[in-house]
Design a protein around this ligand. Structure first.
Ligand code: SF4
Length: 91
């Protein structure tokens, strides 16, 4: 696994370890796939955009989908207990 992917996953693990109601998805292949997508977006579009959603090409709107986003307002959190991509899941 590329070092940048390992580093990003470490950052997510640290972020998630401080949360009381959600954690990083234990499905390592899923997390790695999301990390690759996020890093690809950073390389191509300048910021770590969510790999599961389309950018609006409007900076103010697109900042809302920089990972990690505020996913608790999404239906996927309310209905399935996970963020849009399943990177973070309810404890
Ligand atoms: S939906 Fe999940 S993967 Fe996508 S930006 Fe939000 S936290 Fe990151």
């Amino acid at each position: 696994m590329a070092e940048e992917i390992i580093n990003l996953i470490r950052i997510w693990e640290e972020f998630a370890s401080k949360q009381t109601d959600f954690k990083l998805n234990p499905d390592k292949s899923k997390v790695e796939g999301i990390a690759k997508g996020v890093l690809e977006n950073e390389k191509n579009h300048g910021l770590k955009y969510c790999p599961c959603r389309m950018r609006a090409a409007k900076k103010d709107e697109d900042l809302k989908i920089v990972c990690p986003c505020y996913f608790k307002i999404q239906n996927t959190w309310k209905e399935k207990g996970e963020c849009w991509c399943g990177l973070f899941i309810k404890k």
